[in-house]
Ligand binder design. Structure first.
Ligand SMILES: Cc1ncc(COP(=O)(O)O)c(C=O)c1O
Length: 431
């Protein structure tokens, strides 16, 4: 097995998917690269899907796949959650864009505050926007400018720290700290004590390779940031699905502001930021509050009816705290099974993650920091991805897997068989 095998895997993929290729040949004329979501792209071109049912996806060449990606955590419910579809269909028949207040907005706010222990919450259209607004909230409250972020972190396309701060990021004064290295991080917090407005952190690097942090790291870093008066922003856009109240709660820490997104919109665009009343009440324009100064946060679709109504069903009926706890346990069990399969073979492939989110890595041992993730064998990573696709299993090209609620035990068993077979076939891989 060699680089030639990768060329062959790519050309076999292209041969199997002529309709997807045709789509991209046309789409590239109007969309740079043929897409508007960079994360979905890979060589030679990504698949074009035409339908989904429960945990199965169908592409434009007629292949069906077990959906193990779960739309990068947004697809937690699977593709046929009728309670959400029915609720949104009903509300769309009454009014689409009222240009006013709709009862579902406060209903969803109550569900979120009760579920995630927030004093107040505000809605946005995406996780990126939620993080930008959380940063704004912290900067306005503290009168400070610097934002601590972590190497390997991702908080949106313009809050991107895979290899330090990306040159196209929003123009904040970032201080980039090393994830999972408490000593160095606390030193940086103290060096910037006077100017640090906020620290923003994921409890597990999601886009950065499903690298979880520890309770010790989270506790030490949260305490150090709060001590210097910086606002701690927990980015739980992906990870609020873990446990009854999100992943940081499981680690025993509480942020000042938490941001949300993805699955809560039930497939519709969604974002939210919420937390301490004294911080969020900077947005309180009500006459009763009688504030001298408020932050304006308009946004045409912040309270859009589809997302608000879907969110009420997601948190109120489908993904209750009990379901979340059970799903986290199911994910833990599945990751252990993946690990057992990989341990049967000598190929340097491992799995990392927590709960229902995980990632395959072309590395002998699961990564503990983003620096480990950067050492992956990219060629082998891609061969594993194509091997799984060929066997009817859809994951992220980068290896990410997110379990949806609609996956059956039988489907999970098939995925383990497909992984076993893929890794076995690559036994002679030499790089
Ligand atoms: C941790 C995290 N924060 C923020 C975002 C941005 O969310 P959105 O894509 O909805 O803007 C993402 C998206 O993947 C994410 O993983």
């Amino acid at each position: 097995m060699s680089a030639d095998d990768l060329s062959k895997a790519r050309s076999d993929f292209a041969d199997r998917n002529p309709q997807s290729r045709k789509y991209f040949d046309e789409a590239r004329k109007y969309l740079p690269g043929g897409h508007t979501r960079t994360v979905l792209t890979h060589a030679p071109f990504p698949l074009v899907f035409v339908s989904g049912e429960a945990s199965t996806l169908k592409d434009s060449d007629g292949h069906t796949y077990i959906d193990m990606l779960g739309d990068y955590t947004a697809g937690l419910l699977g593709h046929s959650e009728h309670r959400v579809i029915d609720a949104v269909t009903a509300v769309l028949k009454t009014n689409v864009s009222v240009g006013g207040i709709h009862p579902a907005e406060a209903r969803l706010a109550k569900l979120m505050c009760e579920r995630f222990a927030l004093d107040r919450v505000r809605f946005t259209n995406s996780g990126t926007e939620a993080n930008l607004m959380a940063i704004t909230t912290a900067m306005q409250a503290t009168g400070r400018k610097k934002i601590m972020v972590f190497h390997g972190g991702y908080h949106g396309g313009i809050l991107y720290f895979a290899s330090g701060a990306a040159p196209w990021n929003a123009p904040y004064e970032f201080v980039v700290a090393p994830y999972n290295q408490a000593g160095e991080t606390i030193k940086l917090i103290n060096e910037n004590a006077e100017s640090l407005a906020a620290l923003i952190i994921e409890p597990m690097l999601g886009s950065g390779g499903c690298v979880p942090t520890s309770a010790e790291f989270a506790q030490q870093v949260f305490a150090a940031a709060k001590k210097v008066g910086a606002v701690v922003i927990a980015d739980e856009v992906m990870t609020s699905r873990h446990g009854p109240r999100g992943m940081f709660d499981l680690l025993g820490v509480k942020a000042d502001i938490t941001t949300f997104g993805k699955y809560i919109g039930g497939g519709f665009s969604f974002g939210a930021f919420g937390g301490r009343a004294d911080l969020l009440d900077q947005f309180d324009t009500s006459p009763e509050a009688n504030r001298e100064r408020t932050i304006s946060h308009a946004g045409t679709f912040n309270n859009n009816i589809s997302s608000m109504s879907a969110g009420c069903v997601v948190l109120g009926e489908v993904f209750t705290a009990d379901v979340a706890v059970a799903h986290t346990a199911r994910g833990e069990e599945f990751r252990k099974s993946v690990s057992t399969v990989l341990a049967r073979h000598k190929l340097p492939v491992s799995v990392s993650g927590f709960g229902s989110m995980m990632s395959l890595h072309a590395l002998a041992h699961a990564p503990k920091t983003p620096l480990d993730v950067a050492k992956r064998d990219d060629k082998l990573q891609e061969l594993v991805f194509f091997g799984l696709l060929e066997r009817g299993v859809y994951t992220a090209a980068r290896g990410m897997i997110n379990l949806s609620l609609s996956l059956t035990d039988d489907q999970l068993a098939k995925v383990l068989d497909a992984l076993d077979d893929t890794v076995k076939t690559l036994a002679n891989y030499r790089g």
